[in-house]
Design a protein around this ligand. Structure first.
Ligand code: GTP
Ligand code: MG
Length: 207
């Protein structure tokens, strides 16, 4: 899919404040600082559409972007950010889980994990939670440019093995680098194919 147009729609502090759920929506989620906003910018070929930062906790609201006038791309706040108070962290988690459970037009969640690390408990738990709640998701490994190709392969394999401990089959997996713009076309291709399918089947979300 080619990105012809992209515009920022709004930032929302509650799922009820998000744009009307009339178009298919794809959201990026993951730990704070994993690279959600950077990957959105790389995918959209834009330098600072979504705000990025070296300091975790940059994205604190739900940010909607409208792509090609026919689907939404959503940048969510990171989960598991340790350096805010417990109350604030719980508020963030509530914002994220309420959004995921209530957003009628959410077609797929891209769960981002840093390819440099061993499977982290917080990510595995979040993935399990998606499964328990029937949320469709894919896994996106980020920051692949920070490792040698062999190490990337090794870590992806170990992640697959971890998932296979609880899942019968694996979700779609993408290996990406926002820095090198790798893996972004594959994600866009998946979104394009899914949008075509939804359109051919006259799927509506707002009923
Ligand atoms: P929050 O909004 O705080 O939850 O973070 P985020 O997940 O949106 O992360 P963000 O995109 O702001 O990136 C965090 C840091 O990682 C920034 O310093 C980015 O430059 C860096 N980063 C993100 N993606 C990549 C990548 O693919 N390669 C490299 N080398 N650095 C990256
Ligand atoms: Mg962000």
């Amino acid at each position: 899919m080619t990105v012809k147009t992209v515009s920022f729609v709004k930032s929302s502090g509650k799922w009820q404040e998000c744009p009307e759920p009339t178009l298919p929506e794809y959201a990026f989620i993951g730990r704070s600082n994993v690279g959600k906003s950077s990957l959105i910018n790389a995918m959209m070929n834009h330098k600072d559409l979504a705000k990025t930062s070296q300091t975790p906790g940059k994205t604190q609201l739900i940010n909607h972007f409208l792509v090609n006038e026919n689907w939404y791309l959503t940048d969510l706040p990171g989960y598991g950010y340790a350096r805010v108070s417990k109350v604030l962290r719980r508020d963030f988690e509530k914002l994220i889980t309420n959004y995921i459970l209530n957003r009628k037009n959410l077609v797929n969640l891209f769960v981002l994990v840093d390819v440099r690390h061993e499977p982290q408990k917080i990510d595995i738990e979040f993935i399990e939670w998606c499964g328990e709640n029937g949320i469709p998701f894919s896994i996106v490994f980020t920051k692949a440019d920070k490792l040698k190709p062999n190490a990337v392969i090794k870590n992806v394999e170990s992640y697959k093995n971890e998932l296979l401990k609880t899942w019968d089959s694996l979700p779609e997996l993408y290996v990406t680098s926002a820095e090198k713009k790798e893996g972004t076309d594959e994600i866009l291709k998946f979104i394009g194919k899914t949008n075509d399918f939804l359109q051919q089947n006259h799927v509506r979300f707002d009923e």
